[in-house]
Design a protein around this ligand. Sequence first.
Ligand code: FPP
Length: 257
Amino acid sequence: MNDMKFKLANWFKKTSPSVKNIPKHIAIIMDGNGRWARQRGMPRTAGHRVGMDRVRDAVAVCLEYGVPFLTLYAFSTENWKRPEEEVRFLMDLFEEALKSEVDKLDRQNVRVRFIGLRHNLRPSLRKLMEESEARTSGNTALTLNLAINYGGRSEIVSAVQKIAVAVRQGEVDPEEINEAFFGNYLFTAGQPDPDLLIKPGGESRISNFLLWQIAYTEIYYSTKYWPDFKKADMRDAIVFYSQRERRFGGVKRGESV
Ligand code: FPP
């Protein structure tokens, strides 16, 4: 078999014919790193490190299926409450990951973006974030939003503040404020809302993630901890989504009253 045929055959094998309805945007709450490590008698930070391998897997599966947007919850505005050592480890891990992964992400045609508040992150991390965004800004296969120091409520409050200022300055008429308008003031402006939210870790909490954007999102829960959530699990989540019938508050198409 020539190389092209082999690649095609492999692609069909991976993208099973039953997967017709591919999500345009997948969001993931990468939960359970600490518990995964503790179960093995390791420090919680070891779970975060293995969790990084799963980030690579998630990107690879999105590219494999042609999912155009992936948003990963890496650090919440509440995570500052963790022990100082764990916070420092995570910030170091983000810096290390940006230094070591951006080349590959760029080659994979992935655009990297960050959502969340930047002002209280360390300058060295902020610089790497800006460089990664600039370097990959022209990439088109997948937009990878990394949520660092992100909180859904603070995102909504900051959108309201910006709109209030625009109204006060006479730039915005309150009558023109509708849902689409509001969405343009969020970090995810211009992107589709997540179709699928993946929540590993066995708990069914949203944890202040994308509160506005997930109004109609399908949620896939898994009892697996994030470090165990491998490519096959990502594919299962996509298949789960493809079988859902989304009604957005309406009724089944063609159904009579
Ligand atoms: C939640 O598990 C996980 C985090 C707060 C950190 C996730 C970060 C990574 C996997 C690294 C990603 C890096 C980049 C650059 C995207 P937890 O610690 O709350 O686990 P627990 O619920 O078991 O305590």
